[in-house]
Design a protein around this ligand. Structure first.
Ligand code: TRP
Length: 339
């Protein structure tokens, strides 16, 4: 049997709660992948300084809370290395070398940078935001990951990562696995409830985002107010009925029932019935999830222990790659290096 493929992904601890799109679009796939792959999942705390830097205490709290949410969602610290990016120094050590291989124009073509930069005054846009994708490339290449489960919005960053891996390999000899973006067919793309043409995102107004740690009553209220359309028929047609289709997609992803069957079951019923079903299903998922997160957060020392164990698993792999890269570019190997 061939060796299991290595999977790596990261999520930024930028808000107190994951939203339903984070869970159904990403974290749920992470959980499934840990059965058959060697997996590394980290919280991209370094990346979370690239926009307005958060309050330090909030960043600390959110990082632990993000770890608790991964575990509550089913990421198993026994099978998965769960760690903080800032706990493995190699990420930034590799970033420097990759930055020196990246063209200024090449980095400037990253659409996520352009979008984010367009929203802020240029002198408040940090250099860190500009080099963000190169740190992301280092995150991936340092673990020699084969597969990177990410949403479509990250594909350009994975393409840059592949280009940098090939460029380094071409110049210095085979060093990096050239990774692939991986969007499992089951990954749901969940849209904003108020603007169902945009992906659900914490950067859109709160009314359209289902935060999993919100009280069930708040989730229900947002679902009841979700944008639909002026027809009455429940049909799945993302082009002409994005709001209703999004509600069907959410219901299907949360319950596991195929959309066709759901549509058939709603025959003759109105949007109110659909919203009630979505609200019930989301609340039934979110309530036990939030309870588990509260339990885990009650023992921060245990969470820190889990994160330390994850970093202990990640660090030797990272150190090996950095040592190899530093030697290949010609840095004199320090006598004290252990790997
Ligand atoms: N940029 C990713 C996002 O916003 C988070 C991330 C950082 C990431 N480093 C990564 C994802 C490495 C995959 C691999 O979703």
């Amino acid at each position: 049997m061939s060796a299991p493929q290595r999977v790596l992904s990261g999520i930024q601890p930028t808000s107190a709660s994951f939203h339903l799109g984070n869970y159904l679009g990403a974290v749920k796939q992470w959980v499934a992948l840990q059965d058959e792959h060697e997996v590394f999942y980290f919280l991209a705390d370094l990346h979370s300084l690239t926009l307005e830097p958060p309050e330090p205490a909030a960043l600390t709290q959110r990082s632990r809370q993000a770890a608790a949410q991964l575990i509550a969602a089913g990421v198993d610290p026994e099978r998965s290395a769960i760690f903080l990016q800032s706990h493995v120094a190699g990420h930034t050590q590799l970033t420097w070398v990759l930055e020196c291989l990246t063209g200024y124009g090449e980095a400037g073509r990253m659409t996520q940078f352009k979008d984010k930069a367009a929203r802020g005054a240029l002198d408040r846009v940090s250099v860190g935001l500009f080099t963000y994708p190169i740190l992301q490339a280092a995150d991936i290449l340092i673990y020699q990951a084969h597969l990177v489960p990410v949403g479509d919005d990250q594909r350009q960053h994975i393409e840059l990562t592949r280009n940098l891996a090939q460029r380094f390999n071409g110049r210095y000899g085979e060093t990096f696995v050239v990774p692939e973006a991986f969007t499992p067919p089951s990954a749901a793309r969940i849209l904003d409830l108020q603007d169902p043409t945009s992906k659900m995102s914490k950067s859109l107004p709160d009314a359209g985002t289902l935060n999993l740690l919100d009280p069930a009553s708040a989730l229900v209220k947002k679902i009841k107010r979700a944008t639909t359309d002026s027809e009455t028929e429940i049909r799945y047609d993302p082009k002409t009925k994005p709001g209703v289709s999004n509600l069907l997609a959410i219901l299907s992803a949360v319950t596991g029932d195929p959309i066709d069957g759901l549509v058939a079951g709603f025959a003759g019923q109105g949007y109110g019935a659909l919203k009630t079903a979505v609200a019930d299903a989301v609340a039934a998922f979110a309530e036990p999830f939030a309870k588990r997160v509260t339990e885990l957060m009650a023992d921060p020392a245990e969470l820190d222990r889990i994160l330390a164990a994850g970093a202990d698993r990640a660090r030797p792999v990272a150190e090996r790659t950095v040592a190899d890269v530093y030697t290949k570019v010609g840095f004199v190997p320090p006598l004290s290096r252990s790997v």
